[in-house]
Design a protein around this ligand. Structure first.
Ligand SMILES: Cc1cc2nc3c(=O)[nH]c(=O)nc-3n(C[C@H](O)[C@H](O)[C@H](O)COP(=O)(O)OP(=O)(O)OC[C@H]3O[C@@H](n4cnc5c(N)ncnc54)[C@H](O)[C@@H]3O)c2cc1C
Length: 503
């Protein structure tokens, strides 16, 4: 290849781009080869959606606050960059998750495995689902599995198996929290393929989840847990719907970091040895450079300041709508498919109170039934669920605003978002006190939507870029939005780049 070491441009300094640069360095080192890596980030800071703010005694997560423990890529990376001791599990003990429905907060019935009750008594006693709704859910045990192949929406699947009420009150709020998405639009095969598998293998979703749960470990009284089994590509933590509660000594489903997830960003950036990191540097244009395949400088990147950079391979770790115009001159077909991946805007509102000002927060938070008309879609009681983020006498809440079909407020001016959230908290939690601190983090076009047919769209993008193996796509838009999914995709992108460059 080139006379000097091969050069790779990593575009985007979110967790995907950082992981890609980190693992590419590791691979080159292991192979005893040199590589030149340029990490180019448009924003003035690294981390993308992973941002942590320190405000006195409060550590406030602007984006993600934790990740699914069983997806090991994030823990592995944290350990590799020296943060093994800083990993922290969600509070052990009886933390209830609530669902706001029919004007009040109801605890999720004990023993729920996402949508399936593993303990019949508490489920029947819970007023959350009406008697008719419960009967309809029971039909799942006898309804035949769908025979047709092909994708369907997760909403259609769950409505078919469990009925409308279970979707709107339970599954919808819990599941769509992950994508801020509409379950009736999200792809079953791209989000929870294991549900289709359970339906086929056990003839019933509830029976399948029950058998899986029993095979894993019986849930203690009061537990809820996310579905086990094959990794759902898009599985992240539903905001404020903190999956499973733990008995003392049991392992938690979710993991975070003392000091916040922003530490991971700083530690990975700090561990980069040869990568030249440039923040405040957007890539405006990408085109074929003077070199052909196998020659130096196959690609030319034009940066925000008008300068250019030649590279032998390019890892695009940016949102799909940012990747689309970059690949357009090279592959208009891939660009069109990338541009068609929809995004939803959300906002996170953090509010801190003195503990005495708020009702006791005995739980990890609540999600909001899709039958309620509310601005807040979910709320995490941070000081209960993640006490390591809060010192002193504070109660910290994080509320989420905006989801598919209801994004207007998430894009509104900050005072408007804050006022709407405070109105909701007053009515939903009887929380009327003046917060001592507030933060509004707006995330325009933050959550990629894996709509029905997402996997086919990915196949089209891959086919369109097959002739261009030096251009590699990675990140939340493709095969999982969770932090560990993004890290895995960054690592995979590094492997692809190394293979392409013969490292
Ligand atoms: C509010 C919120 C809460 C979340 N909660 C959780 C959670 O609890 N658990 C979990 O696992 N996941 C969660 N997620 C999802 C997860 O945080 C994201 O999917 C993940 O961080 C995305 O990482 P990324 O590197 O792929 O993309 P990004 O973080 O979007 O990074 C892409 C980077 O590319 C840069 N960029 C764009 N265009 C250009 C260009 N032309 N040139 C140079 N740079 C460019 C951007 O500035 C950005 O920094 C949450 C997401 C949000 C928004």
């Amino acid at each position: 290849m080139s006379a000097g070491p091969p050069r790779v441009a990593v575009v985007g300094g979110g967790i995907t781009g950082l992981a890609a640069a980190y693992y590419l360095e590791q691979q080159a080192r292991a192979a005893g080869r040199e590589v030149e890596i340029h990490l180019l980030e448009e924003a003035p800071v690294l981390g993308g959606k992973v941002q942590t703010e320190q405000a006195g005694e409060l550590t406030i997560e602007a984006g993600p606050d934790s990740y699914l423990a069983r997806k090991v890529a994030a823990t592995r990376l944290a350990q590799a960059v020296g943060l093994g001791d800083a990993l922290v599990e969600s509070t052990p003990g009886r933390l209830k998750t609530y669902v706001y429905h029919r004007g009040r907060l109801h605890p999720l019935p004990e023993g729920m495995v996402l949508v399936a009750p593993t303990r019949i008594g508490p489920f029947l006693a819970s007023p959350l689902i009406s008697p008719l709704g419960k009967l309809r859910m029971a039909l799942d045990l006898v309804l035949p599995p769908r025979q047709e192949e092909g994708d369907e929406s997760i909403g259609a699947f769950l409505r078919r198996r469990l009925g409308d009420e279970a979707v709107e009150v339970l599954a919808g709020p819990l599941l769509s929290g992950i994508y801020a998405g509409n379950p009736d639009e999200l792809s079953l095969l791209a989000t929870f393929p294991m549900f289709r598998d359970l339906e086929r293998r056990h003839g019933s979703l509830v029976r399948g989840l029950l058998r899986q749960a029993r095979g894993a470990r019986p849930p203690a009284a009061g537990q809820t847990r996310p579905p086990a089994g094959p990794a759902a590509p898009g599985e992240a933590r539903p905001p404020g719907a903190p999956g499973r509660r733990d008995t003392p000594g049991s392992r938690s489903a979710f993991v975070s970091l003392r000091g916040g997830l922003g530490r991971l960003v700083r530690a990975v950036a700090g561990a980069l040895q040869v990568t030249r990191v440039r923040t405040g540097t957007a890539v405006r244009r990408l085109e074929r450079g003077p070199g052909g395949l196998g020659h130096p400088g196959r690609y030319r990147l034009t940066l925000g300041d008008g300068t250019t950079l030649q590279a032998d391979a390019v890892i695009l770790a940016v949102p799909a709508y940012a990747a689309a115009p970059l690949v357009e001159p090279i592959s208009p077909g891939a660009a069109a498919a990338l541009a068609a991946i929809p995004y939803v805007s959300t906002a996170v509102v953090a509010l801190a109170y003195r503990r005495s000002q708020v009702p006791p927060l005995e739980g990890s938070g609540f999600v909001v039934s899709h039958r309620e008309r509310r601005s807040v879609t979910a709320c995490t009681w941070v000081s209960s669920k993640w006490p390591h983020l809060v010192a002193g006498d504070w109660a910290l809440l994080r509320c989420f605003v905006g989801r598919a079909g209801d994004e207007e407020l998430a894009l509104a001016p900050e005072p408007e978002i804050l006022a709407a959230v405070r109105r909701d908290l007053a009515e939903m939690m009887d929380l009327r006190a003046e917060p001592a601190l507030t933060r509004v983090y707006r995330w325009p076009r933050a959550m990629p939507q894996y709509r029905v047919g997402h996997l086919e769209r990915l196949a089209r993008i891959e086919a369109a870029l097959a002739a261009e193996p030096g251009i590699i796509l990675a990140g939340a838009a493709y095969r999982g939005v969770g932090v560990p999914d993004c890290i895995s995709q960054g690592e995979q992108a590094a492997r692809q780049a190394a293979a392409f460059l013969g490292l």
